[in-house]
Design a protein around this ligand. Structure first.
Ligand code: AMP
Ligand code: GLY
Length: 422
């Protein structure tokens, strides 16, 4: 089968790496891909939101299935577009994508189907907001309704800060939405829980933990994710059962009840306190960098699992994992998530010795006209290693990043510190 993978991050590189192990896969096209996917798939330089041009390419190259990595094309209706044209595409449709595309939609699903989550209140004016804040306990979480590239959530320690953030959102700080709501701050540790679903049946497809802050010790600004590991040490069988019974099942059945079945990968961001899970957020896709560690640990043929969501056989599948844990450490351009330099040459990448357990997944890399690797974004590599312990795996992942010769590389050396360094 010829596959098209939509996206250009380390998540999509790891999806290509995993899918190429399937003997059902003939060729992968990565739309648009990066310097890493260029080595194992064919990159296609089309914007992920340019559905018409993707369609032309799909027809000309006999692509039989599309798999979507990032949220933006899903929220813009890529699944509806290709389903209308009878092309198989894996992911939720426009309506179901609101679980990530509209935080208020997700909160209202929780309310309607009794799913444990933080209490919240939508505020339409600053007067309303002030009234709410006068009787609130701080910190209070201010959230913008729409997609905001990870910048739509702020944890506010006082009323003035909250009012300033609310005003900015109401005044149009984010293109996606002017709607804003306030949320109770949930204390506890966070974990990521993934399921694959055909709209009715689902299977758990792994647990992970990521480190979102830029600095060691989980300090500093929020990022897309500076590293992750799998499995999550927080989720034992008892907690997994609670997450499934209280959060996943009511969501999947609830989405059916409101006439919008959810198909694809569903990623629940969970906070745990006193062994009770609450839902912080839903994402409608694999996480990045969580996908990288899941793809190394998953023993099943991923294409076989994805196909089973189309033919009704998902319920018969048994998902198998390696015993060994896996870690990924992200290397970013120095300065990220603020300003950083682009187009810097990156050397030594081709000299790395990589194998099934040691991979350097690329994110914001491209090849210049001379074939040299350069950076064109914030998160640039995801050094991913599976080994007998997280400690050994982290050591090896850091060795890979040390070996790369790139003036502005920055990475945390403490990923998984809560387990390794405790
Ligand atoms: P989101 O954009 O919804 O993924 O939120 C980003 C991050 O903000 C989450 O991963 C949490 O770390 C934090 N966060 C969001 N909502 C809350 C909350 N109600 N209480 C505590 N932390 C939160
Ligand atoms: N690692 C967080 C995300 O993919 O949203």
């Amino acid at each position: 089968m010829n596959l098209g993978i939509i996206g250009n991050g380390a998540r999509e590189h790891s999806l290509c790496f995993k899918l190429l192990k399937s003997n059902k896969v003939n060729k992968i096209f990565c739309i648009p891909g990066n310097a890493g996917t260029n080595d194992i798939a064919e990159n296609v330089d089309i914007n992920v939101l340019d559905f018409e041009n993707i369609y032309d390419f799909v027809k000309k190259n006999n692509i039989q299935m599309l798999i979507v990595g990032p949220e933006a094309p899903l929220v813009h209706g890529i699944v509806d577009f290709f389903e209308d044209k009878d092309i198989k595409i894996f992911g939720p449709n426009l309506k179901a994508s609101q679980l990530e595309g509209s935080k208020l939609f997700m909160k209202n699903i929780c309310k309607k189907f009794n799913i444990p989550t933080a209490n919240f209140e939508e505020v339409k004016t600053l007067v309303d907001a002030e009234k709410f804040l006068n009787s609130s306990k701080f910190p209070v979480v201010v959230k913008s309704d729409g997609l905001a590239a990870g910048k739509g959530v702020t944890i506010c320690e006082n009323k003035d800060q909250a009012l300033k953030d609310i005003k900015e959102i109401i005044n149009g700080k984010f293109k996606s939405s002017k709607k804003v709501f306030l949320e109770e701050f949930l204390e506890g540790e966070e974990a990521s829980f993934f399921v694959i679903t055909d709209g009715v049946n689902f299977k758990s497809i792994g647990t992970a933990q990521d480190h979102k802050r830029i600095g060691e010790g989980d300090k500093g600004l929020n990022t897309g994710g500076m590293g992750a590991y799998s499995p999550s040490y927080l989720i034992n069988p008892d907690i997994e059962k609670k997450i499934i019974d209280k959060i996943i099942k009511p969501t999947i059945s609830g989405m059916n009840k409101i006439g919008c079945p959810y198909k694809g990968i569903l990623y629940a961001g969970i906070v745990l306190k006193n062994n009770e899970p609450k839902l912080i957020e839903y994402n409608i896709r694999f996480g990045d960098p969580e996908c990288q560690v899941l793809m190394m640990r998953l023993k099943n043929d991923l294409l076989d699992l994805i196909e089973s969501t189309f033919d009704g056989s998902l319920k018969n599948k048994d998902i198998k994992w390696t015993e060994e844990p896996c870690i990924t450490v992200v290397a970013a351009s120095k300065g990220y998530p603020k300003e950083f330099e682009k187009n810097m040459e990156i050397k030594n990448v081709k000299d790395l010795k990589l194998n099934d357990k040691v991979q350097l997944f690329h994110a914001a890399t491209f090849l210049d006209e001379k074939g040299l690797i350069r950076n064109n974004g914030g998160r640039v590599f995801s050094s991913t290693v599976m080994d007998s312990s997280l400690k050994i795996a982290r050591k090896k992942a850091l060795e890979t990043l040390d070996f790369i010769d790139w003036k502005n590389k920055y990475y945390r050396k403490d990923i998984a510190f809560r387990i390794i360094d405790k």
